[in-house]
Design a binder for this molecule. Structure first.
Ligand code: SIN
Length: 317
């Protein structure tokens, strides 16, 4: 049998592998970024950055359980200049694309970050994080749910931005939101969306201590990991039906195996991001997932991801 090809393209941006890290997962410090650079991931996504350094929320702010994780990190990051400096490393250009994740604390800050990132040629794409659930009072919290504000924000964004730009979305639970947001996104030169960020407003309980497991926000946080996979798949699949065909979808949520990646692509993703499982397993997760995905595709006689991307059948079709 011929080799299985797991390369992909995000709106024309070529990746040697369709598997990358999710923003937030082992991508904040210099060591973590270099580990990603020399791993077999298809791209590096940086921790969502702000204008200034942030220490983030108080500890404990991340907790893993058998089928998922909860976090309320509060955007700890070294500030945009740190990630832009990392991007100037000569190794990056010949190695893999870098997606700078941006999450300004205000709309004004986002415009500042976008403008600044546009000055750096090694930044291949911007992932605008409009879905961080953990900063109370952050302006963007409401942006994605307010169609008029979202339209105005994107209109202004594309005055500043000339780079491939995608948006990391929260999970949506109503079909009409997915349709309406798609119709807005379709009006702009958006390269990709990432579905989904963690499911906000979860709580995990330590039954023995009879308490919450993370400290910030009274224990409320974003839920990730296996438990959220059905919501990730549903968002990918529905956005895939409504979005312009040139807007790529990056799937994120609940991937622990090659078969999970297959499911994301079957629903319409062109690439996937690994969050909770990367934190659990470290960067060797990419090699394991590559092997598992290739072996699953061989069993199905698929030679590339285009053979099955977005081809999920519904029972009555
Ligand atoms: C955080 O730093 O609070 C998490 C970021 C995110 O979920 O977007």
């Amino acid at each position: 049998m011929k080799n299985v090809d797991i390369t992909t393209s995000i709106n024309g941006l070529k990746l040697k592998s369709c598997i990358m890290n999710a923003s937030g997962a082992l991508c904040s410090t210099k060591d973590e970024l270099y580990n990603l650079l020399y791993s077999s991931s298809g791209a590096i996504v940086t921790k969502s950055c702000t204008k200034n350094i942030r220490i983030g929320n108080s500890l404990p702010r991340y907790y893993e359980f058998d089928i998922g994780s909860i976090n309320s990190m509060g955007l700890p990051n070294f500030g945009i200049d740190f990630y832009l400096n990392f991007s100037t490393n000569k190794e990056i250009k010949k190695n893999k694309p870098i997606f700078l994740s941006i999450s300004g604390l205000s709309l004004k800050e986002n415009f500042f970050l976008i403008k600044k990132a546009n000055l750096y040629s090694n930044i291949s794409a911007l992932e605008l994080n409009l879905s961080c659930p953990n900063i109370i009072g952050k302006e963007e919290d409401e942006l994605i749910y307010n169609y008029e504000s979202l339209y105005k924000f994107l209109e202004k964004t594309f005055k500043y931005n000339k780079k491939p730009l995608g948006i990391k979305l929260p999970p949506f639970f109503r079909k009409k939101d997915i349709k309406n947001i798609s119709l807005i996104l379709n009006k702009f030169p958006i390269s990709f969306i990432t579905c989904i960020n963690s499911i906000p407003n979860g709580i995990c309980v330590d039954s023995y201590k009879e308490s919450t497991v993370i400290q910030p926000n009274n224990g409320l946080g974003g839920i990730g990991g296996t438990i959220i996979k059905p919501f990730a798949l549903s968002n990918i699949w529905q956005f895939n039906t409504f979005l312009r065909k040139d807007i790529s979808i990056i799937g994120c949520g609940g991937i622990i195996s090659g078969k999970d990646i297959f499911d994301h692509i079957l629903c319409g993703a062109s690439a996937v991001q690994i969050g909770t499982q990367l934190i659990k397993e470290g960067v060797s997760v990419f090699n394991r997932l590559h092997k598992e995905l290739i072996s699953f595709l061989k069993k199905k006689n698929y030679l590339s991801i285009d053979n099955f991307k977005g081809k999920l059948k519904t029972i009555y079709n």
